[in-house]
Design a protein around this ligand. Structure first.
Ligand SMILES: Nc1ncnc2c1ncn2[C@@H]1O[C@H](COP(=O)(O)OP(=O)(O)OP(=O)(O)O)[C@@H](O)[C@H]1O
Ligand SMILES: [Mg+2]
Length: 355
């Protein structure tokens, strides 16, 4: 996540974080989390592949957050809140929430000066799948499969009262092992409940909100400091879908710098003046773009309409989705680039620039 459009403001120098090495261990209650590799580093912490010493065969992801900064401390807190809400949701809907990892443990390490969460391990992010593993996601029915699965994740998160507020390819990952065909939603660090805690009704909009997120994928309202609703997650999802269909030109502001210029480009896109965005993206996606543009702050997006429309689009394009488990990445990540099916040590989650 790029907080506050970081490229436009000089960054404060931070103390370098302590990075754990292979075989470093964090003990927490019944668990002894031992590090195998560093999977990735973000703005406030790192993600490691770990295992519990009692069972070396089962791997997990451990995400840290350093404790030097008020704002940073809140991120993991929100993340845990979202995980707990989803765990709760699973009790009444055991077959739902398939696009979310399992929450396993949380704690604090005095040695590292960090808080951490442990969750089930998934595969590389959508961004890494295409950039580091070179797997094409914009081929045949695959972009439709990714679009539908990621929208199901957005729908399910909204169903438990939360907004994600940082939807982008680096914050979705494909599964690992038996869950490889599934697209997972990650990183709830800047999530927020859109429901009033007392009344459980939609909150009223706040007057102004500081920018948090990633400029490239942020909604127009978000960049302008206007409070976000479910429609803003869906707007970011649209940008992500264009990016999946056409990584080069789907997002026409990819090479544009500066908030105002990016906002203007996004406005033009919704005004239907960005024909170049539709070079590879099927033109009938415009129907969903117009629908998303019609949504208001408190609108409940019509997810089934959008999902059905994507199925119809894939049929019309001649690439019907016969099996949601047959995305192009399934079975093709092993032996690509790293040769092991694992990602390299640095993930793309943090280098997804905000220009
Ligand atoms: N459960 C997991 N299993 C495997 N990899 C994961 C898992 N959670 C996160 N990652 C990887 O680590 C990267 C960073 O994680 P995440 O997005 O949650 O953290 P972040 O601090 O917000 O990072 P960034 O600032 O890079 O967005 C992700 O892009 C993903 O590839
Ligand atoms: Mg992230």
């Amino acid at each position: 996540m790029n907080v506050g459009g970081s490229k436009e403001k000089p960054k404060k120098k931070k103390k370098p974080r302590k990075i754990m090495n292979p075989d470093d261990t964090i003990k927490n209650g019944p668990f002894s989390w031992r590090v195998e590799t560093l999977l990735g580093s973000g703005g406030f912490g790192d993600v490691y592949k770990v295992y519990d010493e009692k069972n070396k065969a089962k791997h997990y992801a451990l995400k840290t957050e350093s404790e030097d900064g008020k704002k940073s401390m809140l991120r993991l807190k929100v993340e845990v809140k979202v995980f707990m809400t989803i765990t709760e949701g699973r009790k009444t809907n055991p077959n739902g929430f398939k696009h979310f990892v399992e929450f396993v443990d949380r704690g604090k390490s005095e040695d590292l000066g960090c808080k951490f969460v442990v969750m089930s391990l998934v595969g590389p992010s959508l961004d890494d799948v295409r950039k580091k593993y070179g797997v094409t996601l914009n081929d045949r029915s695959t972009p439709y499969i990714v679009a539908i699965q990621s929208l199901e994740a957005v729908r399910d998160l909204h169903s438990v009262g939360f907004l994600h507020r940082d939807i982008k390819p680096a914050n979705f990952a494909v599964g690992f092992g038996p869950t490889e065909p599934t697209v997972f939603m990650l990183d709830f660090g800047i999530g927020r409940s859109y429901l009033d805690p007392k009344t459980k009704q939609h909150r009223a909009p706040r007057k102004s909100v500081k920018f948090l997120g990633t400029l490239r994928y942020a909604s127009r309202a978000c960049i302008k400091g206007i409070d976000q609703g479910r429609k803003d997650d869906v707007e970011c999802w649209i940008y992500m879908v264009f990016d999946i269909f056409d990584p080069e030109e789907g997002i026409v502001w990819k090479k544009v710098a500066g908030r105002d210029k990016i906002t203007r480009a996004k406005e033009k896109f919704f005004e239907g003046k960005s024909k170049e965005a539709y070079k590879l993206v099927p033109y009938n996606l415009k129907t969903i773009v117009s629908y998303v543009d019609s949504l208001r702050f408190q609108s409940a997006p019509d997810y089934p309409f959008m999902i059905n429309y994507l199925f119809t689009m894939s049929n019309q394009a001649g690439f019907p989705i016969n099996d949601m488990n047959k995305g192009a990445w399934v079975g093709s990540l092993k032996n690509k680039k790293t040769g092991t099916g694992e990602r390299t040590d640095k993930l793309s989650g943090s280098n997804d620039s905000d220009t």
